[in-house]
Design a binder for this molecule. Sequence first.
Ligand code: ZN
Length: 682
Amino acid sequence: MESRYDDREAEAAVRRYGAQGIGEDVALRVYTTRLLGSDPRLVLHGGGNTSVKTTVTDLMGERAEVLCVKGSGWDMAAIEPAGLPAVRLAALRKLRDRETLSDEDMVAAQRASLIDPMAPNPSVETLLHAFVPHKFVDHTHATAILSLIDQPDGDALCAEVFDGRMGVVPYIMPGFALARRAAEVFERKPDVLGLILSKHGIFTFGATAREAYERMIDMVSLAEARLKRGHKAVFVTAQLPQQVAPLAAVAPVVRGACALKRADGAHRRFVLDFRTGPAILDYVNGAELPRYGQAGVVTPDHTIRTKNWPLIAPSPDAAKPDAFKRALDAAVAAFVERYEDYFARQNARVGGGRRMLDPAPRVVLVPGLGLFGLGRSRKEARIAADVALQAVEAIAGAEAIGRFESISEADMFDCEYWPLEQAKLGNAAEKPLAGQVAVVTGAAGAIGSATAAAFAAAGAEVALLDIDRDRAQARADAVGGIALACDVTDPASVAAAFERVVETFGGVDIAVSNAGAAWQGRIGEVDEAVLRASFELNFYGHQRVAQAAVKIMRAQGTGGCLLFNVSKQAINPGPDFGPYGLPKAATLALLRQYALDYGTEGIRANGVNADRVRSGLLTDEMIAARARARGVSEQTYMSGNLLGREVTAEDVAQAFLAQALALKTTADVTTVDGGNIAAALR
Ligand code: ZN
């Protein structure tokens, strides 16, 4: 591992932050914190922290000696000076004399000593930073270090590799007790360059930002060299099926098996993030996976991202999909039971009072295929997958030179259920469609993009499908979704788009079949080719999308929701609009058929009959022409309904969203037309 410290970049950081009134110490602290944070071999997702001891002017105008330490909720890769709250150093050091200090008192003491009372909570490892005298202190959970220390003889290995230059602190969970113990180890040998925290990570010290950073690089490099030297063939491959089922077939089954059934019959679902590659396959295909893959976390703060153990799925035999599903369901049931037992046992140990987190796995290892990270959003799923990947690398390294060993179950529980650790996840209320995946066709148009935006705002992950991929991409960027090219008149195009959605998110829960276009012609004279073209898009297009979605929903086994853009033409035909209205009438019958045929599987089918919405179907020119023909203003034409209000694409989107959320409603058609008795269904 090479140092990436660059004098010119460091000077630029000092100049840039200096212009904002930030001192050189903090500017350099930000610079090297980012260097550490941007290398996944050193730091992942909120793990690790850094500090600098410096002086600032407090609100009373007096100089104060402070510790600027990473604040909770900040990511080292993107840290700013605001992410390094300043805490009065003298107050922190006073705590060194205490015998014990509760977590609540520790947090209160740290907050009470903040220079800026609005600053974020200082890191849970603040006191350790405060108790060592060095100006710059860096802390990571570097992968190579974890390989070295997650061993039964990890301390002896450290003595050999670091040759006495690092102190070794036995495992204690983060907090006051660890800080105190680390200070004792340091004080016994104050010339050490840093500390190894058994089964946890590494601290390095320095008089300058560069020195602390480069000591981190040097120590991690020594660990890497030791791992290379000891490299034996690690994983003996287990017996695998002759042909492993593909990702697109496996993901919905995994997603369905891991969803938790709620009391009201609905499901708590997860988004999946898939990873594979030679290193992952070596690991998940290993004959001893049940040993090393279930031994526990590689560093304690992984518990909140991945739980203590991943789920090991059976290998999916392409020739036996039913057997895979049955074996997977059994594996998930066993995982949940194990988790509940673990919780009950450990909760009793600490005297009760903890509330069990959901027992679903956050990482699924699939021999022959790869691994999935699971989360209530795509972001969470990605974090779980990144963390799982680090665990794969750290455990592979540990097994290469010895045998992977984690902390005890009790230690894992203490971290997983530590309020200060859970606080890192934030506790914002979840949105109603969290964990769900929605596909919208015709998503580049007015109604499609408004619908995608409404579903994204309600917490769903959204895939925007459109024949015009570039326009869909612009809409997707605006709502944080993905864009895919899809021509609903082409069966192969529909199949490919849904396959991509499954590979990206793990499945589909909601399909908004919205793509359509208007054809006109007097029905007795219209060319049959026109009628067929309209049926191809306005009826068969809906059927293809619904069929593709239902296939995935059935593989998941957690129900789902089909939503069709039907149009008022299906009920209240307009003159010369037969080529458009007839297939839409068939689509109305289609949604009822889906509601009938798949209701027993929890798959609902609903539709919206909208009218006079500005869109690709009803362009500004068409509106102008129609208003002229009736001798009224455009505004009068557009609001020519019972309520006298113009209907917008957002109104249609909200109707789709309401149908998606109405878990007891199927075969419903909602009118969004401002009121038109001739188009009313009942
Ligand atoms: Zn740590």
